[in-house]
Design a protein around this ligand. Structure first.
Ligand code: FES
Ligand SMILES: [Fe+2]
Length: 359
């Protein structure tokens, strides 16, 4: 191999996190509970068009949004009780995807007239969907996001589409050091020195802990802590493939992570691949202070618009735009010490992808 070929091969290998096949055997977030009502909702997940609705019992139903007759999208039809009827020739399917009525001709239902159906679970105010082998779908493997339902906390929820592979956002969240630069003017966290950092592995979930001690209280929390200086921590837990729970907060100096004095929030970050290069991003910031204060809600809404959308997602999309050309440009990517949790997450995902490719 020439030097140029070697360099290109290295870059291609390094791009694998952004180009490897999407993991199917996993729980993904299909949306917030309130996204799902009586109406039909179409949403593409892992490049499969899926139709959602609630059965009369309230349970979320997920079936392929493609009629097996002439491939008409089922979303063009209508929901009738627990069933959904195709808007083209009227085949009707029950909540398990089985065809139960043919209004045409002899009325016979062909034995293979069915819609693929997907396991769903509603938990933590979220609808989860399993995209792989239904026999492997175990709801016990859904990570704990009970903070979203905790009555002592107040969530502010949001979401938007990111025009990038989901891993750009996962890596962004696993290295929260980016806040010191990318969000320096948004959260008032510029130029801080990391005091402590460690990575732990809890039942396959990777946790990256970071602490900054005795710093000017970041503006994001300043009006609620009433201390000029504070300890700030920013910890994040990643569970495969793409759900993360961040805990960030401030306390009087010397009392980091002490719940009794902390002004803190939990950031819930759900990255669900829409396609290989686009991502549904569902997020919430759930705080332990000023629960009934609309100004507290508005502060987090602003943070979401600015930090999560205009800053984080903007960078993710800009990186995505470089990916197709990176090999040709021979950009050999470098690794920093703070990339370690991202490297570990990628190692787990690579094993999952390889296992699925071999299935
Ligand atoms: S395409 Fe659906 S019934 Fe014909
Ligand atoms: Fe960020």
């Amino acid at each position: 191999m020439t030097r140029m070929e070697t360099s290109r091969a290295t870059t291609a290998k390094q791009l694998r996190p952004y180009t490897r096949p999407l993991i199917k055997n996993a729980w993904y977030v299909a949306g917030w509970s309130e996204d799902f009502g009586d109406d039909l909702l179409a949403r593409r997940i892992l490049d499969e068009p899926i139709l959602f609705y609630r059965a009369t019992s309230g349970e979320p139903v997920a079936v392929l949004d493609v009629c097996p007759h002439k491939l008409a999208p089922m979303r063009l039809g209508q929901r009738i009780g627990d069933d959904v009827q195709c808007g083209y020739h009227g085949l009707k399917f029950n909540k398990h995807g089985q065809c139960v009525h043919n209004p045409q001709g002899n009325g016979i239902i062909p034995p293979n007239a069915k819609l693929k159906s997907y396991p769903t679970v509603e938990r933590y105010s979220v609808v989860w969907i399993w995209m792989g082998d239904p026999a492997k779908a175990d709801p016990d493997n859904i990570p704990d996001f009970s903070v979203l339902d905790d009555p002592k906390l107040k969530p502010v929820k949001g979401g938007h589409k990111v025009e990038s592979n989901y891993m750009m956002m996962v890596e962004n969240l696993l290295d929260l050091g980016h806040a010191l630069f990318l969000h320096a003017n948004t959260g008032g966290m510029g130029n801080l020195q990391l005091t402590e950092s460690k990575i732990t592995n809890e039942d396959g979930a990777i946790k990256d802990w970071r602490l900054y001690t005795d710093i000017p209280t970041p503006s994001l929390f300043a009006q609620f802590l009433n201390e000029e200086r504070a300890d700030l921590w920013s910890d994040i837990r990643w569970s495969a493939p793409s759900v993360l729970l961040n805990n960030a907060g401030v306390s009087p100096v010397g009392r980091a992570r002490d719940k009794s004095v902390a002004v803190e929030q939990y950031g819930t970050h759900f990255l669900t691949p829409e396609t290989q290069t686009t991502t549904h991003y569902f997020y919430a910031n759930t705080r332990n202070y000023a629960l009934d204060d609309p100004a507290g809600d508005e502060a987090w809404r602003q943070w979401q618009r600015k930090a999560l959308k205009a800053e984080d997602s903007m960078v993710a999309e800009a990186i995505q735009s470089v990916v197709p050309q990176a090999e040709e440009l021979e950009v050999e990517m470098v690794v920093l010490s703070t990339d370690l949790s991202g490297i570990r997450a990628n190692r787990i995902l690579e094993e999952m992808a390889v296992a699925e490719e071999g299935e």
